[in-house]
Write a protein that binds this ligand. Structure first.
Ligand SMILES: NC(=O)C1=CN([C@@H]2O[C@H](COP(=O)(O)OP(=O)(O)OC[C@H]3O[C@@H](n4cnc5c(N)ncnc54)[C@H](O)[C@@H]3O)[C@@H](O)[C@H]2O)[C@H](O)CC1
Ligand SMILES: [K+]
Length: 478
């Protein structure tokens, strides 16, 4: 944890985050045991606190069918008055949390203080825009929040236009947005939760809603949910093509483990190695590329570059051997190859770090000793554009802008080959995702597979068992 705390100092915390990053934090708060309905309560209460002292003749709360709308239901309940306009039908409300809060509102609505209307078209609220022309009113925008996707669709577009027009003719209309301004709405005030979002506009208040800092650091199912979804009607290769470059006269198992692991997620896996490895393989599931020799060396670089062009990502190093020949191969290959690479095991050991550029296209997966060999300059962490997975009891995953810790896994993971499994797994994710989320999820899935095996078999599981467990982990969190 010592290094983690040093890195926490060096890697500056983001003040403004993207909706996607917020969704991961939101889901990981739940992963840590904080129910979303509690966050929704705190969110709605936070908005209420900001508007409760505003004198107005009317309060209109426009709600969408997502959790932004759910927040709006909570605001209405705390206000205890006003009209809730659900844009959609109750049956279309997307989440348990929002549905529960809508049900509560319906129970209260019988007593007349809170009115509820479900609409489909903007024309259905023409009466409200007429009535508010000369009234002092607060309009709460709980239509769409961080779940916004693409251009604003109807009826939201017309409703936003009408609110903007109303504001022009009546200065006594105050528009308050929940979390994020919906589309081109000209809000007077936005109350956003936990951290300012990149899509917020001016006049934003950030309110804490009880999400602990740890939810920003601990890898959880929120990270997995953010992975690119497998495209069901995709054709071969669309879900990632991974090339394993490794193996040598001494080690031929490592590239196979990395390949088998990658194959659980990627469409196509190739293995490029020396003849002593390839001739031993009878794995029809791999595409094989063979070069003559005991070790990969500089005369193989051009061939490897030529093959690697056909793949999305290269996993480099498993069983490669660490000697002058492989040193020449690795440094020359990396200097000429400009796509994604997972750099593992022996490749880490033979890189010349003096004049080395830590490209954002690289994910390193060192254990403690290999990390020390890398001699990363923590004083200039902003140079480290590559993502590093420092494996350990808790894996530390970081780069110049991000830092997370993965708690899954157990002492059984020290069995030989688990590093190869991790490298293959991360390679397959990296083929179709960004580096940092691929590294976090690879570490999480690998460790979680180990935790499932520990429960089933105790510590005596093998790397092949680990590979077989990967689909189970993906199934649990899909
Ligand atoms: N920790 C937190 O930040 C918390 C956030 N909460 C609130 O939840 C929303 C995010 O909710 P989500 O369900 O993911 O999505 P939204 O409600 O923002 O929007 C989805 C909703 O809107 C429709 N939609 C999306 N894009 C469009 C579009 N371009 N045009 C029309 N309609 C669109 C979509 O179909 C859905 O129906 C966050 O902002 C917070 O307000 C939690 O409640 C508390 C913790
Ligand atoms: K909103």
């Amino acid at each position: 944890m010592e290094l983690f705390n040093i890195l926490k100092e060096k890697i500056k915390e983001k003040e403004v985050i993207t909706p996607k990053e917020m969704a991961i934090i939101d889901d990981n708060a739940e992963f840590l045991g904080i129910p979303k309905i509690l966050l929704m309560e705190n969110a709605g209460k936070a908005v209420y606190e900001e508007i409760k002292n505003i004198e107005a003749e009317e309060y209109i709360i426009f709600c969408g069918t997502g959790n932004n709308g759910g927040d709006g239901f909570v605001v209405a309940r705390h206000l205890g008055k006003g009209e809730v306009i659900l844009i959609g039908k109750e049956g279309e409300i997307k989440t348990y949390e929002a549905r529960e809060n809508f049900k509560i509102l319906k129970n209260l609505a019988e007593f007349g203080n809170i009115k509820i209307r479900e609409i489909r078209r903007a024309e259905e609220v023409e009466d409200i825009f007429e009535r508010l022309k000369d009234k002092k009113a607060v309009i709460v925008d709980a239509m769409i929040g961080t779940g916004v996707k693409g251009e604003l669709r109807e009826p939201f577009k017309t409703i936003v236009d009408k609110i903007n027009e109303l504001k022009k003719i009546n200065k006594d209309i105050l528009v308050v947005s929940v979390d994020v301004e919906t589309g081109h709405l000209k809000s007077d005030l936005t109350i956003t939760f936990h951290k300012r979002k990149t899509i917020n506009r001016e006049n934003v208040i950030v309110k804490d809603i009880g999400i602990p800092k740890e939810a920003e650091y601990i890898v959880g199912w929120g990270d997995l949910k953010a992975l690119r979804k497998r495209d069901s009607n995709s054709h071969k290769g669309q879900n990632g093509k991974v090339l394993i470059i490794g193996g040598s006269r001494d080690f031929f198992g490592a590239p196979i483990l990395a390949g088998l692991s990658a194959l659980k997620i990627a469409d196509l896996v190739g293995i490029l190695s020396v003849d002593k490895v390839i001739d031993k393989l009878n794995h029809p599931e791999f595409i094989m590329y063979k070069v003559e020799g005991d070790y990969l060396s500089s005369q193989h670089v051009d061939y490897a570059l030529n093959i690697a062009k056909k793949y999305d990502v290269v996993v480099l190093g498993n069983g490669l051997g660490a000697n002058n020949r492989t040193k020449a191969f690795v440094n020359e290959f990396l200097s000429k190859y400009d796509k994604k690479v997972v750099i593992d095991a022996d490749a880490i050991k033979v890189i010349d770090y003096n004049s080395f550029e830590f490209s954002e296209n690289y994910i390193f997966t060192p254990h403690k000793k290999e990390f020390e060999y890398m001699n990363v300059d923590l004083e200039n962490i902003e140079e480290i554009k590559s993502t590093i997975v420092l494996k350990g009891k808790y894996d530390i995953i970081f780069n110049a802008d991000n830092l997370k810790i993965n708690k899954t896994g157990n002492a059984g993971m020290t069995v030989g080959g688990t590093g190869d499994v991790l490298a293959g797994l991360i390679g397959a994710l990296f083929a179709v995702n960004e580096a940092f989320i691929s590294a976090c999820c690879g570490a999480f899935i690998n460790g979680y597979a180990g935790d499932l095996l520990l429960k089933e078999k105790g510590y005596c599981y093998t790397s092949l068992d680990l590979i077989e467990k990967i689909p189970n982990v993906l199934k649990i969190f899909e």
